[in-house]
Design a protein around this ligand. Structure first.
Ligand code: HEM
Length: 482
């Protein structure tokens, strides 16, 4: 056994022992909170809660890391049907599958959003996802102000400049590039400039970028703050990130008070002007930084991977992008009108979101006893859907393993709640237009400037934590197009 695996084994053993110790309150809840099950007429969903305390958490996390989580979930569906029970992150959980289940999860007033404990401790407890009712509407509106279509249209030229700069600095003159780290850094830069007003020369931007690369690894980890655990490393990164964000808030407040800035300048100044408390601004900035950059980076990365493997689709994307490039003067930025012509490229991006959705699953919590599919979901239970259970549904997407952007040429052919990479209902991702523009701009410049193929030894496989991450970061050999 090498040092790494010894350390991992020790860490895992420590994690399990400590989980047993620190989880006594959870154990109590598991044993007694479900007492209502016995008196209720409807049965709770079939299945099992797995091992005491840890339930299915370690097993599912292991499956995610080995990219077998879909099979793991399919086995449950085969055994128990589309509504089943399991235990995750210390909560009794109803696992629901299918478009009707998605609709229920996204729209039922009996359910509220829920983040894992690890997420809450690293990102915050008062993020837009944690607040409900009027407060949710208020905080969400502050973000939407910067994410709605008319705002996003104004970012096209700025995104274009960031993409060009990134490719000049990190792709030009190189023989090989690891796509995922490159796209993470690009999407972090785009978001920092466009939404937070943290320019290229900002030291805080560089510091935050490093902390967030670490932090996102722990969103679905077991929240055990012990040496060697993934969670403790990510928590430390979160603390450093929060301190950096707090310093930016201070600086923005001073500028606002001196009349040197306007609420329209960036999201932080806007939130300050609306009277949001510092702690809540920090939580929401942390949330946005997590929500906005890894997701889009995964989309762009896996789109390039699928285009490499599907030469017909690649040829169509290239043709579409070359037609647009032909009408531009050298160095001229893309415009909103150009993006509107990128229909096939966006269909290919949606097909990528179908096959490799960045958000593996979303969680909700039952506020009251609620019924679904003939079963009782008791108050306090967690409710979970997994995006790919719908995206790989044969009845909606025949031959689901095949990469076929034509499926999205007529999006109205897809049943409601049949394609849910951005969620749905009142909580649907407000950043979907932002990520669309960012993706199209990045893909335009990559395909018109470079040819690529997977580097020797890079097989395009990936794991999840829970965000998908390709092996070797998707290492590709590149050559410039003259
Ligand atoms: C490919 C890129 C992206 C994907 C796949 C994605 C996916 C999602 C999903 C699945 C949700 C949860 C919906 C639910 O709980 O029902 C969500 C929420 C959210 N996303 Fe995104 N997202 C992406 C990009 C972005 C970007 C670029 C931003 C911001 C610039 C953003 C901001 C948010 C926010 C603020 C929420 C919380 C909404 C609420 O609770 O009201 N996302 N996203």
């Amino acid at each position: 056994m090498d040092v790494d695996s010894t350390t991992m084994t020790m860490a895992a053993a420590l994690a399990i022992v400590a989980a047993l110790l620190v989880s006594l309150p959870v154990l109590y809840r598991l044993l007694f909170a479900g007492a209502g099950d016995k008196t209720s007429k409807k049965a709770v969903p079939p299945g099992s809660f797995g091992l005491p305390v840890v339930g299915h958490t370690l097993s599912l996390l292991g499956a995610l890391r080995s990219n077998t989580a879909e099979d793991w979930l399919r086995r449950r569906v085969a055994a128990y049907g589309p509504v089943s029970r399991l235990s995750l992150f210390g909560y009794r959980t109803a696992f629901l599958v299918g478009p009707a289940a998605n609709k229920f999860l996204f729209t039922s007033p009996a359910l509220t959003t829920m983040n894992t404990e690890a997420f809450r401790r690293m990102v915050g407890r008062r993020t837009v996802r944690d607040v409900v009712g009027d407060e949710h509407a208020r905080v969400r509106a502050m973000m939407v102000q910067f994410l709605r279509l008319d705002a996003v249209k104004r970012y096209v030229a700025g995104m274009d400049a960031e993409v060009r700069r990134h490719l000049d600095a990190h792709w030009r003159g190189r023989g090989a590039v690891a796509v995922m780290p490159s796209m993470k850094s690009l999407t972090f830069d785009v978001m920092s400039t466009v939404l937070f007003g943290l320019g290229r020369d900002s030291a805080v931007r560089r510091e935050l970028s490093a902390e967030f690369q670490q932090l996102v690894q722990g969103i679905w980890s077991v929240p055990l703050n012990l040496p060697f655990t993934r969670f403790s490393r990510c928590l430390a990164a979160s603390r450093r990130g929060r301190r950096a964000v707090a310093a930016v808030i201070e600086e923005r407040r001073a500028k606002l008070e001196r009349g040197e800035s306007s609420p329209a300048d960036d999201i932080i100044t806007h939130m300050l002007s609306k009277g949001l408390a510092d702690e809540q601004i920090t939580d929401n900035v942390m949330f946005l930084m997590v929500a906005a950059h890894d997701t889009s980076a995964a989309l762009i990365t896996f789109l390039l991977r699928h285009l490499d493997a599907n030469k017909d689709a690649y040829a169509k994307v290239l043709h579409e992008q070359e037609e647009i490039a032909r009408c531009k003067a050298a160095g001229e930025a893309l415009s909103w009108e150009d993006l509107c012509k990128m229909r096939y490229t966006w269909a290919a991006a949606m097909e990528t979101l179908r096959l490799v959705p960045p958000a593996f699953s979303m969680l909700r919590r039952a506020l009251t006893d609620v019924e679904y599919g003939g079963y009782l979901i008791p108050k306090g239970w967690q409710v979970m859907y997994a995006t790919n259970m719908t995206h790989w549904d044969l009845a909606i997407f025949p031959d689901p393993g095949r990469f076929d952007p034509a499926r999205f040429e007529d999006p109205s052919a897809i049943p409601p709640y049949g394609f849910v990479p951005f969620g749905g209902g009142a909580r649907i991702c407000p950043g979907n237009e932002f990520s669309k523009v960012e993706t199209l701009v990045a893909v335009h410049h990559i395909v018109t400037r470079f040819r690529w193929k997977l580097a020797a030894g890079c097989d395009g496989s990936f794991s999840r934590s829970p965000m998908p991450y390709p092996s070797q970061g998707l290492l590709i050999d590149i050559e410039p197009i003259q």
